[in-house]
Design a protein around this ligand. Structure first.
Ligand code: SF4
Length: 123
């Protein structure tokens, strides 16, 4: 597992986008794994959360926030904890995106792949 610094809320964080999140109407237990969840159960729950994120109008804002804050837990913007760990491992700490939108720009490929048909288990 890559070394992660502590999560840190970006100075320019905003929260209004959360009011438009598709997860507001979804089962909130989909987005955070219960203790000791493994294997197929985890894969199914993550995919169900990603499916909600895939139709969310604020997915990019959500993913951007999670990346910039190095959010350690849950599914955000369609990115699972493992998806984000790969991002954290790819980007040097000194170059880490901090300004609003930088995370979405630097990680656009991963954000798109997170809700691809393959990632959702439908291809
Ligand atoms: S992208 Fe997913 S986790 Fe983020 S607000 Fe939308 S539905 Fe919720």
């Amino acid at each position: 597992m890559p070394q992660q610094p502590l999560a840190q809320v970006p100075k320019d964080a905003t929260w209004q986008w959360q009011d438009s999140g598709a997860c507001r109407e979804a089962d909130d237990t989909l987005f955070f794994h219960p203790p000791n969840e493994r294997g197929l159960a985890r894969l199914r729950r993550d995919r169900a959360a990603k499916a909600v994120c895939s139709r969310c109008p604020v997915r990019i804002e959500c993913a951007d926030y999670a990346i910039r804050s190095r959010e350690p837990y849950g599914v955000w913007g369609g990115l699972t904890e493992e998806d984000r760990e790969r991002i954290y491992a790819r980007i040097a700490i000194a170059e880490y995106p901090r300004q609003r939108g930088e995370g979405a720009d630097m990680c656009s490929d991963e954000i798109a792949a997170a809700i691809s048909a393959r990632s959702l288990g439908i291809a």
